[in-house]
Design a protein. Structure first.
Length: 491
């Protein structure tokens, strides 16, 4: 064994491909009951957590963008195709979440299958989904919040509602340049404090807001149906312009890759496994139930929006409000704005929740400082981690515009999803004897389709996003090599 020349003690050794068995992971989390989370979430709360994480920027913003630029009324098919791709991943998540009901989500699943270094890569990837995802949605929340204030005759100074790194022209003529997006940062900090206070309290808040959001979406669908002009649906899939991805069926496919962002958040349910009352039963219900409900709602809203007005008018920040304005009922536009704020709030809540639970598992394994695994003695939440993560996400939301953040979120999420599907294939091959409370159907085709779908969507992202991903991963691997690989509990 190599020795440290200064102390004579054995030097730490590295085993980048060390794996944890499923039994070992379960034993660690059941033998340390004194530090476990409070089990306060049932199937309803978990489904609400998933819905809260899904319905947000996609339904209130991307519906119009995709319809106007890529698919026309065929955006309905785009949402359906993206939902189908997510269904493959959701079935894989459900099998692993029931088999390994701990807080680490894709990080823990990869540790049990592909090994330590791949687990670190996924954990670092999930920062892009959860951390930057929360920042991205917070920027969208701030935009709707500023519109609501403007409707009330209140205008905040533009330099304090625009990110520092945004295009200076977006800050307003008076400001010349944005300083900090204060509303985006403040909503992140407020929700972080709520999550630090306790899972039960934040769950009740989330359930209430999800109820408001669902009510608004259903009102839009049932109210808007009577104003649909079928002439706006002709042709339902506009003829291709001659360029791939611009209308026609290639436009529908490109639209599916864009609206995929709308579905990000359902996997946050799997991070709540240690806070579920009956995780083997309730977590799959939460994952699949939330995805199915949201797909139906996405399709319904897209059909109404493109039926009430021409799809060519929907390339605006608030397309659903534009569609409702066209009905002549101005009060509906206000309902949509309130629903958008509610929707985006719960997405931020779900993503902040997921980020700290992944960090908890990584710190529990020694790959991050132990402070991220410390639970509050009263609230039984990772309160310190929640505040630290909230502060960092708030800074990102205040400094960076949405166009820089969103593609990084997508590529990080897609890579994590692909590895989760791969983990199901690996465990079915290596450990077929394991008791699986939930079994994904159609093995091996379901995970193979999930992997293929994720890789295809990643391939559609621009080269600049890939470069940013490589830089991000290089920084993460350096942190792993000099810290995590030397301190992991498997040493």
């Amino acid at each position: 064994m190599v020795q440290d020349t200064t102390t004579g003690a054995p030097a730490p050794t590295r085993n980048f491909f060390a794996r944890k068995s499923v039994d070992e992971i379960l034993a660690e989390n059941h033998l340390e009951d004194g530090g476990n989370f409070a089990r306060a979430l049932g199937p309803f709360s978990l489904t609400a957590l998933g819905i809260g994480g899904i319905i947000g920027a996609g339904i209130f913003v991307l519906t119009g963008t995709v319809a106007a630029k890529f698919a026309g009324p065929g955006v309905v098919f785009s949402f359906a195709l993206a939902g189908l791709a997510c269904a493959f991943v959701a079935l894989c998540y459900s099998e692993l979440a029931a088999l390994i009901p701990v807080a680490g989500s894709a990080y823990t699943y990869t540790y049990a299958t592909l090994g330590e270094i791949f687990a670190w890569i996924i954990g670092w990837d999930l920062v892009l989904e959860y951390g930057l995802g929360a920042a991205t949605v917070a920027v969208g929340w701030a935009g709707y919040f500023n519109r609501v204030l403007h409707g009330l005759g209140i205008d905040l100074p533009p330099e304090w509602t625009t990110a520092y790194f945004a295009d200076p022209s977006h800050a307003g003529a008076a400001a010349g340049h944005g300083v900090f997006n204060l509303p985006a940062a403040l909503v992140v900090l407020a929700l972080s404090l709520l999550l630090a206070r306790g899972t039960h309290e934040s769950s009740r808040f989330n359930n209430f807001i999800v109820f408001v959001k669902l009510a608004v979406v259903l009102i839009v669908i049932f109210f808007g149906v009577s104003y649909i002009d079928q002439a706006h649906w002709t042709p339902f899939v506009p003829e291709n312009t001659g360029e791939f991805g611009h209308f026609g069926w290639s436009g529908v496919l490109r639209g599916a890759s864009v609206v995929f962002f709308s579905y990000i958040g359902f996997d946050a349910v799997s991070t709540a496994a240690q806070e579920a009352k009956l995780p083997q039963r309730d977590v799959p219900i939460g994952i699949i139930g939330s995805l199915a409900i949201c797909t139906i709602l996405f399709v319904g809203v897209a059909a109404v929006a493109t039926g009430v007005v021409s799809y060519t008018t929907l390339n605006v920040p608030d397309p659903i409000a534009v569609a409702m304005d066209a009905t002549g009922a101005s009060w509906m536009a206000w309902i949509v704005k309130i629903g958008a704020l509610a929707g985006l709030t719960t997405v931020i809540l779900a993503l902040l929740f997921g980020q700290t639970r992944v960090f908890y598992s990584m710190a529990h394994d020694g790959m991050l400082p132990p402070v991220f695994a410390r639970l509050h003695p009263v609230y039984k939440t990772p309160a310190i981690s929640q505040i630290v993560v909230g502060a960092l996400v708030a800074i990102a939301a205040g400094l960076f515009p949405i166009e820089i953040l969103d593609e990084m979120v997508s590529i990080g999420t897609l890579s994590a999803f692909a590895l989760v599907c791969g983990a199901v294939l690996y465990l079915r091959s290596k450990n077929p004897e394991l008791h699986r409370p939930f079994r994904a159907p159609g093995i091996p085709w379901v995970p193979i389709c999930g992997i293929f779908s994720c890789l295809a969507l990643m391939g559609a992202l621009p080269i600049e996003t890939w470069i940013r991903l490589f830089v991000w991963m290089a920084a993460g691997l350096a942190l792993y090599y000099f810290y995590g690989s030397l301190r992991t509990r498997r040493r």
